[in-house]
Design a protein. Sequence first.
Length: 115
Amino acid sequence: MMLDPRIAARLKRNADGLIAAVVQERGSGDVLMVAWMDDAALARTLETREATYYSRSRREQWVKGATSGHTQYVHSVRLDCDGDTVLLTVDQVGGACHTGDHSCFDADTLLQPER
């Protein structure tokens, strides 16, 4: 799958050719995770609505939930004003985090909300 050239021209990739992907749950608004995408992962996500990312450690694409069953159905993808980050709004099935937690941000709160 090839990324539409009009979209590709707007992206500002890092030195490894990647953009950040912030993943937000559609129903709750919770931020679930942050991952990386290369052009091919973004193209596949846009074409299939299956969240697809790029693993920096394994140097390959991965479809969220292909192994775990914890899938993400993508409702929308928005590009930020700088062109270096996309926001995916998803329906999450199961935990988004590799630990099984709902969100990758469930574990440690560094600063509590003010009361």
